[in-house]
Design a protein around this ligand. Structure first.
Ligand code: COA
Length: 154
């Protein structure tokens, strides 16, 4: 098992992971333009010599000069779920936020997605709001979660 940077040649596999894990559709172009953002996070987890999961996140403006981060997508092939890979990908996200001295990290998750919500809570994310009927197929509320960092000033 290994974490590595995602690259353009991974896109077909990424679209397949997203589809199989039930994520909202991200077109291949969406991944390619995400990779063009050199400040963004794009990490994959390799297991049994193939891509088993991925995480993509980006830096966004915050309330102050410090940046915020947005977790855009995380997915693990169903057959690889429950092995701790989601946790490893979240660790990569926390490291990314720490290195960039992010103040707040944000994400949205389907109300019924208990597995993802429990993973996010374990990493300190708290529910701070809702977007009613935000998701379609099926229609469902989005839960907005936020994690506030307290980096030591040095
Ligand atoms: C959410 C997701 C990325 C987690 O990946 P994972 O590799 O299964 O993560 P982990 O093995 O680290 O486990 C994460 C949590 O799910 C729980 N879990 C894992 N497999 C499970 C199973 N078969 N049944 C119930 N819970 C399970 C783990 O106990 C863990 O809970 P904890 O955080 O309270 O300890 C993965 O389930 C996934 O791809 N889901 C579909 C896509 C998705 O919903 N993405 C998030 C969109 S916002």
């Amino acid at each position: 098992m290994l974490l590595r940077e995602l690259r353009a040649s991974d896109v077909e596999q990424l679209v397949s992971i997203a589809a199989e894990s039930g994520l909202s559709y991200w077109p291949p172009d969406g991944f390619i333009s995400h990779f063009a953002d050199t400040s963004a996070l794009s990490k994959g987890i390799i297991a049994e010599s193939g891509l088993a999961g991925f995480i993509v996140a980006r830096l966004i403006p915050g309330e102050t000069e410090a940046l915020d981060a947005e977790l855009l997508n995380i997915g693990v092939y169903p057959k690889f779920q429950g092995r701790g890979y989601g946790g490893l990908l979240m660790n990569a996200f926390i490291d990314f936020c720490t290195l960039s001295k992010v103040r707040k990290a944000w994400l949205e998750v389907r109300d019924s997605n208990q597995r993802a919500r429990s993973l996010y809570s374990r990493f300190g994310f708290q529910e701070i709001g809702r977007r009613r009927g935000f998701y379609t197929d099926p229609t469902e509320d989005a839960v907005l979660m936020c994690l506030t960092f307290d980096h030591d000033e040095d």
